[in-house]
Design a protein around this ligand. Structure first.
Ligand code: BV8
Length: 255
């Protein structure tokens, strides 16, 4: 039986579904990933922009870069992959199952697509905080007039994201680890699976007995049971139609 049918069978039987997503799921919404020919890290070192040290060294540069990404994310629209994952959540929960979406993405598109059970492992671009007091604010959807922008308590505004060298929010990690206890199917969608501790969740799920499936345009280092190769915006709606019937795939998706 080919991989697609094996995954469809596993999803049909699943009572606990966890999804781990990365930047690849937002590529079809026009947002750049990090790696690869069109990635943000192409010709640039992540440490030069996505670390507390980079912000301390050049807050104007880092603030401007994140503000540009914030505006791009606010201007983007969820694609068929986001929509399919929101539909999958509804289908699994309506059937009495459990569901959780763990995302490394900071673009907010999963929630805008209607996903509810979402954990943002690496924070959000749409929320910023005073780098001294930590007080959070949600800036208006217009470009900052100054970089860095003044915070509410005399500090500078920084994005409420997890930079390299910073620990993930305890709540997010706890929610992810708790879900692995009931997860019997893990979908790993659009991530290069090289950044930790998020990437370690794949092995932890497998170790806990879950079937692990990667949906990606190419194979990654993730050690999974099945690989479905193709754009998430095509593969996921097709998988939903195969498992939940013709009306459950997203009308936008071809095929
Ligand atoms: C920490 C937010 C405690 C900010 C991000 C263990 C081993 C080795 C290193 C470490 C380790 N533990 C900790 C580290 C250090 C570090 C790390 O993992 N380094 C890596 C580079 C080796 N981790 C940390 O620093 C973490 N903090 O551990 O704190 C600590 C501290 C110090 C030392 C020890 C412990 C914090 C990590 C979080 C950093 N913040 N983002 C921002 O957005 O700017 S990471 C960022 O990159 C993303 O959020 C994501 O997590 C990560 C990877 O990106 P992806 O989302 O996977 O995107 P990428 O472009 O790489 O890949 C896209 C994929 O999609 C590709 O596979 C492509 O083929 C595919 N694709 C493309 N189009 C499509 C598609 N797939 C389907 N459909 C398509 N259409």
């Amino acid at each position: 039986m080919e991989a697609f049918d094996q995954v469809a069978t596993a999803l049909r039987r699943a009572r606990g579904v966890v999804v781990l997503t990365g930047a690849g799921v937002s590529v079809e919404s026009g947002l750049r990933p990090f790696r690869g020919p069109d990635g943000w890290w192409q010709g640039r070192d992540a440490a030069s922009l996505a670390t507390p040290e980079a912000f301390a060294a050049d807050p104007a540069l880092v603030s401007a870069w994140y503000d540009a990404r914030r505006l791009a994310a606010l201007g983007a629209v969820p694609n068929a992959a986001h929509e399919a994952l929101a539909q999958l959540e509804r289908n699994v929960v309506e059937a009495g199952g459990r569901f959780l979406l763990l995302t490394q993405n900071v673009d907010g598109l999963h929630r805008r697509a209607g996903s509810e059970r979402v954990v943002e492992l690496h924070g959000s671009l749409t929320v910023w905080r005073d780098h001294r007091s930590g007080r959070r604010v949600t800036p208006d959807p217009t470009p900052f007039t100054a970089h860095p922008a003044p915070g509410p308590d005399g500090g500078w505004l920084r994005p409420d994201v997890v930079w390299f060298g910073e620990v993930l929010p305890r709540q997010a990690l706890d929610a992810a680890e708790a879900a692995l206890a009931w997860c019997d199917l893990l979908l790993v969608v659009g991530t290069s699976a090289v950044v930790y501790p998020a990437a370690a969740l794949v092995g932890q799920a497998a170790w806990a007995g879950a079937v692990t499936v990667e949906v990606n345009v190419e194979a990654t280092p993730a050690d999974v049971d099945h690989r479905l190769t193709g754009p998430a915006g095509v593969v996921l709606p097709r998988l939903l139609r195969a498992v939940f019937g013709p009306n459950s795939g997203h009308p936008l998706a071809g095929g």
